[in-house]
Design a protein around this ligand. Structure first.
Ligand code: TYD
Ligand code: MG
Length: 542
């Protein structure tokens, strides 16, 4: 019998009939991934019967396959479907695009199934045919969740499709959604092909499996196969598909990022389980901006959009030492969030740096700049930084807020005139750098009663403009900046934070290792330099 799968190395492309822990070609470990032999391409889901026929087809090019200038390509305007959830529509770039694949990632229990239940309920109510494929939970479990959901009145949907259920808002639309509790990929594809819905949710992509592959559902090979075949069908039939994906402990979408290049849109659902706030952000979007983020609150009755987030966060700000309000930008929208820091003497040889809602590398960078240019040394202390409410801030403008919060916590004094707003990026030489949309940040701050926002030069007349970190500390803290010129060097062993991404440091370690250097020393020394470079590159990209 002809072999149906082979194992292909993801590093060098070497093929092998059997699985090996080490690639016979390039000797890399754990890189062999099972694949179907000659997967069907043009002919839909039917696999080509053998290699010879596939070769013949390639030579006889059909007459209608000719490259054409872009101006002649008929680009029909994308007709999007509103999900009925404004925050989500904004993150998607205006709604779901028919035929597109959206990957929704998030930790277990964060609310992915709740969100997708609500989306399909809204679409069903708007008159679209939908399908919910659950590989994870039984149909009964999904029904129990759907029963808990409460929907806004139908009038909030701005879709132009007729709404047969209009006025029947008492009926729970989530209960109208057809469900298929199934884990076999072929069965799911058959159901989709027999009666194509407008929108379909696969919950989750890691639970479906193709029978041809011997690897277990959730493996790289299976996840890739499942997504690729669903995509083929979705594009052919114009079905908008939302693939739910789990996130590993390290925070990456499971199925080692294999899906990210395949899908049109990658959404990440984040938040702390203990807190009600959830943030939805686009990491990739072929049909919109990747800067947008939507804020939700998990309540009894499902997810509710948070439209007055700034007001809430400012009202909740503690006004204690270590607290500062950051005027951040969430994509095109300004958002005021409280950044809190705690600095405590450490018992550990390598003091802790614990972050929530900001990047660990950014904290390491800010602490180094604070020590060198602000006279605030934290080498012997544990430092904790938290963005309140489970919000994640991923922009360079948060540097100053982290610095002021840490300085205030380190000295044990509250900022002058709390709550105090600020924003700005810190340069490696201690200067405060201009960041985008200062006028919108200041406007938002003024709207919520914050004045004298500390900001980089060129931000606007209403701001308290400063040029350097030192000036910012003087403006914010009652005693001004402490100490003389940052004399003591930043302790190298002090921070356990790796300053570079894992891949980067591994590459360094490997390169240095093969060059015969001492790996321990090399790995310790290389990151500090690469870290600042990497971070500068990242800041530009933001
Ligand atoms: P769920 O959508 O099942 O998470 P995921 O699919 O990401 O694993 O939601 C999990 C949590 O949401 C669960 O702990 C209960 C909570 N929840 C509410 O608080 N209110 C609700 O109305 C619903 C449906 C869920
Ligand atoms: Mg779920």
């Amino acid at each position: 019998m002809a072999r149906t799968t082979i194992h292909v190395c993801s590093e060098c492309g070497a093929q092998s009939a059997q699985w090996h822990g080490q690639c016979p070609g390039c000797e890399a470990w754990n890189t062999l991934i099972e694949e179907r032999v000659s997967p069907a391409r043009a002919s839909g889901r039917k696999p080509a019967s053998n290699g010879r026929r596939a070769g013949e087809r390639a030579r006889e090019l059909p007459a209608n396959v000719v490259p054409m200038p872009l101006r002649d390509v008929g680009a029909a305007p994308v007709r999007r479907m509103s999900t009925g959830i404004g925050e989500l529509d904004r993150v998607l770039g205006g709604g779901l695009v028919p035929g597109s694949l959206v990957l929704l990632g998030g930790a277990p229990g964060i609310g992915k199934s709740t969100l997708t239940n609500m989306i399909l309920g809204n679409l069903e109510r708007a008159g679209h045919r939908t399908l919910y494929v659950s590989g994870e939970e039984s149909a009964e479990q999904v029904r129990l969740r759907a029963e808990r959901l409460r929907f806004a009145p139908a009038a909030s949907l701005d879709d132009d499709v007729a709404r047969p259920l209009d006025g029947a808002s008492v009926a729970n639309p989530a209960l109208q959604v057809p469900i298929l509790a199934e884990t076999d990929l072929d069965t799911v594809l058959d159901v989709l092909a027999a009666n194509p819905p407008r929108a379909c949710v696969i919950d989750s992509v890691q639970t479906l499996g193709a029978a041809e592959l011997s690897s277990a559902p959730g493996s790289v090979a299976q996840v890739r196969e499942v997504a690729a075949r669903i995509m083929q069908l979705a594009k052919a039939r114009g079905i908008a598909v939302i693939l739910v994906g789990h996130v590993t402990k390290e925070g990456a979408l499971a199925g080692p990022r294999v899906l990210e290049h395949l899908v049109d849109c990658v959404l990440q659902f984040e938040g702390e389980r203990e807190r009600p706030y959830r943030e939805l952000r686009a990491l990739k979007n072929r049909f919109g901006s990747t800067n947008e983020a939507g804020l939700f609150e998990m309540r009894q009755g499902g997810l509710v959009e948070v439209l007055d987030a700034s007001a809430r966060f400012v009202a909740e700000a503690t006004r204690a030492p270590g607290s500062v309000v950051l005027a951040a930008m969430e994509g095109s929208r300004p958002l005021l969030v409280e950044v809190q820091a705690l600095v405590a003497p450490s018992e550990l040889e390598q003091p802790r740096r614990v972050v929530s809602g900001i990047d660990r590398n950014r904290l390491a960078l800010v602490l180094a700049i604070l020590g060198r240019h602000g006279g605030v040394r934290t080498g012997g202390a544990d430092v904790f930084v938290n963005v309140v409410g489970g919000v994640r801030v991923d922009e360079p403008g948060c540097d100053l807020a982290i610095a002021l919060a840490v300085a205030s916590a380190s000295r044990g004094v509250a900022l002058k005139s709390t709550p105090r707003g600020c924003f700005g990026e810190l340069g490696l030489t201690g200067e405060l750098r201009w960041v985008g949309h200062p006028e919108r940040r200041l406007e938002e701050a003024a709207k919520h009663g914050l004045d004298g926002v500390i900001a980089p030069a060129g931000s606007g007349a209403t701001a308290c403009e400063v040029q350097t970190l030192r000036q910012a500390l003087a403006a914010a803290l009652p005693g001004g900046p402490a100490g003389g010129r940052g004399g003591a060097p930043v302790e190298h062993g002090g921070s356990p934070v790796a300053l570079v991404g894992e891949a980067h440091s591994q590459k360094h370690a490997r390169a240095l290792h093969t060059a015969g250097g001492a790996p321990g020393h090399a790995a310790g020394a290389a990151p500090a330099k690469a870290g600042s470079g990497g971070s500068v590159a990242r800041l530009r990209a933001v």
